[in-house]
Write a protein that binds this ligand. Structure first.
Ligand SMILES: Nc1ncnc2c1ncn2[C@@H]1O[C@H](COP(=O)(O)OP(=O)(O)O)[C@@H](O)[C@H]1O
Ligand SMILES: C[C@@](O)(CCOP(=O)(O)O)CC(=O)O
Length: 908
């Protein structure tokens, strides 16, 4: 048996630390790349102490004369180690290390003389381009930019007397075009043998591509990228096999003094040890990301994709596809939104780091190229570059998906049960067709939303000034329906407020008065008075005779203008509810919640998550999963609820001036809440806290039918507080202890039911006394109190008072016939009683994912006497208004049932 020869191809010019074969039978193969990376050994530079890690020789000078080192500009032991290591892993004879990748190119370009010609690619890194432009202007070098992805395009410029250098980059950055380095090098050697072929290998690193083996003379890398891998240093490396070139470049480095400093040499040496490991992970994830984007239909540039034009050439030259990819969205603004929405993907130039990065080359790394030249070179302005790191691929794809959703680049497609691409508006018709397919998030989507009213059990008015209030949702709701129109108008229809309808030309709205809210920021605490005034003076100018509708329209338009500048959606918003308006049951907050939700949905400022996976317990399925029926509860994510709540509060401020925020919290979150406004000091825990124990309690709400104005009543208490601070402060303190006591009672498991009910009854009476002192009761409310008291019930006003509603606690043993009698008494006195249940769901959205055949065709209802037929929405065809016509026809008593039967509702 003959001993196999050792394959020296992997590193013939440098001493590999591969041991000799031990015996003819037990052979040893040369070490593979990752082993070479991890083993930093230089037989010529043994450490005197045997240190495992190369020491940092942080010394500018070295003593003595005629020794190996004298001055760190010309040589430093740490640098020698590094250069030896780089040469070894690159299978090169020589390596030089300098202060940055651009410093490396600078050293290489100094080989040229005035009059020399360079042929360079036309899709180069922006910094390369800038330096070439500089030497053209200041060094008298002639630069030809050609499309090097077509090898033949180099030929006409190859001149044996003039061509001194051919500068290549493959794959190109950021379009990932492939250059046939081997073919061009061969042509250069044949036609201009004196020219040097230089390759920027940064995108690949020596692990994936070794251009010296394909005919290149000099290869350089920005070692800031993959070689170091951690974005904690800047460095450039140059490798070559030719002694003359090495000598010349080493001379320049010494002359200009840009060799890599000892500390950075140490860091770079450490980084290279994990090069293969990092790149394996990074490129595996890149393949997943590229496949994901490609699958969504984005034009994606990555050599690992089957349809990549240069795939075959790349496969011959390189042994991997790298970890940079780019994709086009077709819309620069959309790309900006995607980049801005990414969280895990850091917005940054550069690549090669363990952390993933996202950027838009045209505004970042390639911004130094003139836009006209960028266009001429086919660099799309909307291009997004992704540089994949070592994070978990699932997290990276999740984050990217979320950014695409947030930016409106993809939307849930109910028919395909997956996210699909939303085509940019330049392709309007196709866009609409695709969007129609996905009921989830299209411009043709009708959105039906609803939110409950509330009953404040304790603490109204005081809550405005920082006292804790207890409130719960009631089973009376407001509904809001957004129906698209196609005529450049936006309209509102408030059936409950004298059937008010009004429409506006979107372009005639006071857009100039809008101060846009920076991305990612919320509406400021204070309303924008300029915009309020502009809306009041413009679109609402002639509506003075309908003050309630005007106030609601102001709230709607204010948010419309604040949210809608980029989309300016054309739609009708219809609102109606089963709640009495202006009776203290929070109709304004439930209206505000519906309006805010509809506006956010139409503007795509919120999106719903995809529906849960259907149940599967099939063991053959990788992850069997049981779907528990929650009847839509907890489907709307907290982040969406928070967002809606913020905007609902904005609408509440428009309507009420200085509301506490409790009403909108209940309308959005449902259940029962203890709410304490921030910025005061009554001792309650600031914020919103769920309260249990309400749900099993029965309440009677009685509408006095006396209209009142919340804004005025709230302002009245404010005025009293200013004029009699001590009195009001004392009342507020007492109300705080009432709510504290009520919470304690509700959460005390030891308290008997009877004790709980009598404690709550006493607290109700006490709270009402304080409200009387604050001046917000009304004779009608006192009459209700007296009537209910004759049935031994405790009653207080709820909400703003001054009329409106009263709330009475119904004990468990209260007989139905007694209740019927009480109701009859109240009706006789011209009050409207509502026996209610409390603590139900908050914001609801009719699921857009209900398949159309599951949406029952709503039966037209007989219009209740006195109900006016709503005006048609011009500009929307009947097909687009399926829900709207039916919505507006329902009688008040049938509205809740009708809505429920439409399909699946999802709730906060
Ligand atoms: N269904 C609705 N449609 C339109 N606007 C509404 C509706 N419900 C309430 N609003 C707005 O809210 C105002 C009522 O607020 P408010 O007096 O505080 O009553 P409440 O105590 O019911 O919240 C109305 O005047 C109107 O501007
Ligand atoms: C009086 C107040 O505490 C509740 C107002 O309720 P309503 O407007 O009566 O539904 C004001 C507020 O909390 O903003």
């Amino acid at each position: 048996m003959t001993a196999p020869t050792i394959d020296l191809k992997a590193g013939p010019l440098h001493d590999l630390p591969t041991p000799e074969p031990e015996s003819p039978v037990r052979t040893r193969k040369p070490y593979r790349f990752s082993t070479l990376c991890a083993t930093v050994e230089n037989p010529d530079q043994k450490d005197q102490y045997g240190s495992s890690s190369v020491p940092i020789y942080q010394s500018a000078t070295f003593k003595g004369v005629g020794n190996a080192y004298d001055y760190s500009r010309s040589g430093n032991p740490t640098r020698t180690h590094l250069e030896h290591h780089i040469a070894k892993i690159s299978s090169a004879a020589h390596a030089l290390t300098v202060a940055s990748g651009m410093a490396a190119l600078d050293i290489i370009l100094r080989i040229l003389k005035p009059g020399d010609e360079i042929i360079a690619g036309d899709d180069l890194y922006g910094g390369t381009n800038r330096l070439l432009t500089y030497i053209r202007a200041h060094g008298g070098v002639i630069v030809h930019h050609v499309d090097t992805t077509d090898s033949a395009s180099v030929l006409p410029f190859l001149n044996p007397d003039k061509t001194a250098m051919v500068l290549l980059e493959s794959p190109t950055n950021p379009l990932l075009k492939i250059v046939d380095i081997a073919a061009i090098s061969k042509d250069v050697k044949e036609r201009a043998p004196n020219a040097i072929v230089v390759v920027d290998n940064t995108m690949m690193s020596p692990y994936l591509q070794r251009p010296l083996e394909h005919g290149a003379d000099i290869v350089y890398d920005s070692a800031t990228k993959y070689l170091s891998g951690h974005h904690d240093l800047m460095a450039g490396v140059i490798i070559c096999n030719r002694d003359d070139l090495k000598k010349q470049m080493a001379f320049t480095i010494n002359s200009v003094g840009n060799a890599l400093a000892p500390n950075d040499c140490f860091l770079l040496l450490r980084g290279t040890k994990t090069l293969a490991l990092r790149m394996d992970r990074q490129q595996a994830t890149s393949q997943l990301v590229a496949t994901y984007l490609h699958g969504l239909g984005f034009s994606t540039h990555y050599p690992g994709l089957a349809d990549h034009p240069g795939r075959e050439i790349h496969g011959r030259i390189a042994s991997g596809n790298g970890a940079v990819l780019s994709f086009e969205t077709g819309d620069k603004e959309m790309s900006e939104r995607i980049v801005g929405a990414a969280r895990l993907w850091g917005i940054s130039v550069s690549f090669g780091c363990v952390n993933s990065l996202i950027s838009m080359p045209c505004v970042m790394s390639h911004a130094s190229i003139d836009p006209k030249i960028r266009a001429a070179r086919g660099l799309p302005e909307d291009l997004i570059r992704l540089c994949v790191g070592i994070e978990d691929p699932v997290d990276l794809i999740d984050d990217l998906e979320q950014a695409l959703i947030d930016a409106g680049a993809i939307a849930y497609n109910a028919q395909q049960n997956k996210y699909t691409r939303v085509l940019p508006s330049t392709n309007e018709e196709l866009n609409r067709a695709v969007q129609k397919l996905g009921l989830g998030d299209s411009d043709d989507q009708e959105w039906l939303v609803s939110a409950p009213g509330k009953v404040i059990l304790f603490g109204e008015h005081a809550v405005v000034h920082g006292v804790t209030a207890l409130a719960a949702s009631v089973d009376l709701r407001c509904y809001g329906l957004a129906t698209p129109r196609n005529d450049g108008k936006v309209s509102v229809h408030f059936a409950d407020i004298d059937n008010f309808y009004h429409e506006w030309d979107i372009d005639a709205l006071p857009w100039d008065a809008v101060t846009p809210i920076p991305d990612g920021e919320d509406h400021p605490d204070i309303l924008d008075q300029v915009l309020m005034d502009a809306v009041a003076a413009g679109p609402l100018q002639k509506l003075n005779e309908a003050p309630k509708a005007k106030a609601a329209a102001l709230a709607f338009l204010y948010i419309y203008l604040m949210l809608g500048n980029s989309r300016r959606p054309s739609f009708n918003f219809a609102a109606r509810g089963t709640l009495p308006v202006g009776a203290g049951l929070g109709s304004s907050a439930s209206f505000s919640t519906c309006a805010a939700t509809a506006l956010l949905l139409v503007n795509r400022a919120i999106t719903l998550p995809p529906p849960p996976q259907p149940t599967t317990t099939d063991p053959a399925v990788a992850a069997p999963h049981v779907h528990v029926s929650h009847q839509g509860r907890r489907f709307i994510p907290p982040s969406v609820a928070e967002r809606v709540n913020k905007w609902a509060f904005v609408a509440e401020k428009v309507l009420h001036g200085n509301p506490s925020g409790i009403d909108n919290c209940v309308a959005v979150f449902g259940g029962a809440l203890a709410y304490t406004r921030a910025g005061f000091g009554f001792g309650g825990k600031v914020g919103m806290h769920q309260v249990q124990g309400f749900k099993s309690l029965r309440f009677l709400l009685t509408n006095s039918q006396v209209p009142r104005d919340t804004k005025k009543l709230v302002a009245g208490v404010g005025a009293l507080k200013s004029s009699e601070p001590e009195l009001v402060d004392g009342i507020f303190k007492s109300i705080q202890s009432i709510t504290d006591e009520a919470r304690r009672a509700l959460s005390d498991p030891e308290l008997s039911r009877t004790e709980l009910l009598s404690a709550l009854a006493a607290l109700i009476r006490e709270n009402q006394e304080h409200l009387i002192t604050l001046g917000v009761s009304h004779p009608s409310l006192e009459t209700i109190r007296a009537t209910t008291a004759s049935y031994q019930l405790s009653t207080k006003l709820t909400g703003a008072g001054g009329g409106g509603c009263a709330v009475s606690l119904i004990p468990d043993d209260f007989q139905q016939d007694t209740l019927d009698k009480l109701l009859a008494d109240l009706v006789r006195e011209n009050f409207v009683p509502y026996p209610t249940s409390v603590g139900g769901s908050g914001l609801g959205i009719l699921s857009p994912y209900t398949p159309p055949n599951l949406k029952q065709e709503p039966q037209p209802q007989v219009t209740a006497p006195g109900q006016v037929t709503p005006p048609e929405t011009p500009g929307a065809d009947a097909g687009d208004q399926q829900l709207r016509l039916s919505f507006e026809k329902q009688s008040m008593t049938n509205l809740a049932r009708w809505a429920q039967d439409l399909g699946r509702w999802v709730y906060v």
